[in-house]
Every structure is written in C-alpha cells, then in structure tokens.
Write a protein that binds this ligand. Structure first.
Ligand code: FAD
Length: 333
C-alpha cells in the first residue's frame, strides 16, 4: 500500500493529495481544482502542465507518455511517484466546484431521429452537482468503464442534465441508450468535466458542430444566446443526411428560437432534394469566412472534423490558435 502524495500548484499556491494509483487530474478535480483538460483519454494534449518538481509515471494500461514533451506532465494519465510541483498559472489557490459521483434518475427519453436519443436526467439536490454550459459528464457502466456526454441544457435548470447520444453500431452505452433506456431508469454519473465554455470578449463567434456535437453548443446558446448575438454568431452544423440535424425543423424556426444567431446547415451525403450547402462543414466556414483572424471558434463533435477545422482555420484563415476551442468526441474513453 502506497501513501498519498502531495501535489502543489505554482504560482498561486493551491494543493491537493493524490491517492496511490490516482491520476493527477482525477485528484485535482475531486478536490475542486480545475486543471485544464478535455478528453481525459491521453489523446487531446490539452491537460499538459509544466512539471517543476517531482516525477510521474504512466500505468501500463494507459498511453505510455513517451510523446509528452520533456518537463511536462500529461495530468489525465500521470500518476505521481513523488511529491509534485506543477506550473498552473491559471489555477487559483482556492478550490471551486468539485467533480461528484452520484446516481441520476432518467426522467424523459425521446428519439428525434433514427440514431439520436435525447435523455433527461434528474440528479438529487444533495449530490451538489452543477455545471457550466459547454461541460460534460460521464456515465459509469457496471464494470466501471465510463462514457462521456455533453450537457445540452441550460445549467440554470437545477439538477437537470440533458444528453444527446448518437447510437454507434456495436457501441456499449449508446446502443443500450437508444434501444432500451426508459424513463424511471437509474444511471450512475460523474462530473462535471471540460473547458468548452464561453470565453469573455467581443470577438465574433463561429460555432461548428458535427452530429451530436450540437449538444454543448445548444447549452451555450440557451445560456449565452443574447451575449453571442451581441458579438455576432453563426452556427455551421454538419451531418451526412438531413435527419442528422435532429434539432432543426427549418432554418427559420431554428433562428426564431435563437434571435440574432444564424444557422448554416451543411450536408455531406444529401440526396438531390437538398437545396442547401453540401460538403464538409469546416470547408463551408472557410468558403464564407476566409479571414478568421478576428473570430473565436467553438467546435464540437467528430475528432477528424475538429482536427481538419483546427489546422485549416489556423493555417489558411489566420485564426489565432488560442481562439479555437474544441471538444472532440473521441471514443473508447
Ligand atoms: C468529452 C466528450 C464528450 C462527448 N460527448 C458526446 C455527446 O454529447 N454525444 C455523443 O453522442 N457522444 C459523445 N461523446 C462520445 C461518447 O463518449 C462515446 O464514445 C460514444 O457514445 C460511444 O460509446 P459506446 O459505449 O456506445 O461505444 P463503445 O463501446 O465505446 O464503442 C465505440 C465504437 O467502437 C466500436 N468498437 C468497440 N470495441 C471495438 C473493438 N474491440 N474493435 C473494433 N471496434 C470496436 C463499436 O462498435 C462502436 O462503433 C463524447 C466523448 C467525449 C470524449
């Protein structure tokens, strides 16, 4: 049995303990220290922090960490082997919202398309669960495996979580959710996680979604719609077929719901009846906005779409890298 190891944060001075085998990020979030992170699977690199003192290792079941730059720590995968001092300038000394694990009751299930299920959950008030628009939570399966889903509702609905889950053929949770989940069921969840939240400022906004990547964008729109309209915002929502845009009856009806915000639907495999935009959704953004140097982009969904958008927007349209915010729906997390 090992002992807990202290992790200190520089320069602001927060600290927390890491239990044997626990990752730095899990321990920090459980203690209410919001270290930067996104996928929690060792894929997106957004959780890297400078390792000023101490040492970490990556357990054999985790990505081995050999691609982590020298002097850095991939906090979502790293387990301390000594006390640590991490360079985390944006993390305040005082802890905030903790990640909680709790039961949640399924209160409503609807299926707006052939492969999307909308699930509404109620979390007991005593659990102390809350979130910011754009964040996600995980469902814990019977064997402890976890699957992450972005909240699509306004966080002001206390204790309520709305998830939009796309059924993936052969997928463990998404097929169960689409095929079998009913009101009255119970799920075990943990959260909130993620940094995909609206940044303060005046830059005009491009929202970019593929499929159920619309979910956290819906939460941002419901929560900050007026602020986004003030800054100027347009949503590019991509899918293969018309049915993939499961929350759109018509562009006019959608735009009436979010006054001042434009919607551009883009389909990559539409039939001849489709009169709207065709092709890849990130390419449609570049056609309309070849200069993104003054914009801020919020992109969510398929990891390939996100990679293509990030590299083309920064390389050819002048978008500053720090103004591309994304949540990639990486699988097998
Ligand atoms: C931050 C974040 C937020 C997310 N938010 C959302 C969201 O809002 N909505 C949403 O729909 N999704 C979201 N996802 C994706 C989601 O977490 C799941 O990855 C997705 O639903 C698939 O889970 P599953 O259990 O159904 O499939 P899994 O069991 O994980 O399988 C995924 C796919 O891999 C295939 N597969 C599994 N095992 C094997 C194998 N051994 N060999 C070959 N193929 C295999 C399956 O057939 C399936 O197609 C998010 C992911 C992340 C990281």
């Amino acid at each position: 049995m090992g002992t807990n190891l202290l992790v200190r944060l520089s320069p602001n001075g927060g600290s927390f303990e890491c239990a044997p085998g626990q990752t730095v990020l899990d321990a920090a979030l459980a203690a209410g220290y919001w270290l930067p992170h996104s996928c929690r699977t060792g894929t997106c690199n957004s959780c890297h922090l400078g390792l000023l003192e101490g040492a970490v290792e990556h357990a054999p079941t985790r990505p081995d960490g050999t691609d982590v730059p020298a002097g850095q720590c991939r906090t979502c995968q790293a387990v301390p082997t000594a006390e640590l001092l991490l360079d985390a300038p944006k993390v305040p000394a005082e802890p905030g919202q903790r990640v909680v694990t709790t039961g949640a009751k399924v209160v409503e299930v609807s299926r707006p398309s052939h492969d999307v299920v909308v699930i509404r959950l109620q979390v007991p008030p005593a659990a102390g669960f809350s979130f910011k628009a754009g964040q996600y939570a995980s469902v814990i399966l019977k064997d402890g495996a976890k699957r992450s889903y972005s909240m699509a509702n306004d966080p002001a609905e206390a204790g309520v979580i709305e998830w939009h889950v796309r059924r993936m053929e052969g997928g463990r949770f998404s097929t169960h959710a689409y095929d079998k989940l009913k009101a009255g069921g119970l799920l075990r969840i943990e959260g909130p996680y993620g940094d995909f939240v609206l940044q303060p400022g005046d830059a005009p906004i491009v929202l970019l979604a593929s499929g159920t990547g619309y979910a956290p964008i819906a939460a941002l729109l419901k929560t900050h719609g007026a602020e986004m309209a003030r800054r100027g915002a347009v949503l590019y929502w991509g899918g293969r077929q018309r049915a993939d845009l499961y929350a759109v009856d018509s562009v006019a009806a959608w735009e009436a719901q979010y006054p001042g915000i434009r919607l551009v639907p883009v389909l990559s495999e539409a039939g001849p009846e489709w009169t709207g935009r065709r092709g890849f959704v990130h390419a449609a953004v570049l056609e309309d906005l070849p200069d993104l140097s003054a914009h801020e982009v919020y992109a969510c969904g398929n990891p390939l779409m996100i990679d293509a958008a990030r590299s083309s927007f920064t390389a050819t349209a002048g978008l500053p890298a720090g103004r591309f915010l994304a949540d990639a729906f990486v699988v097998n997390n």
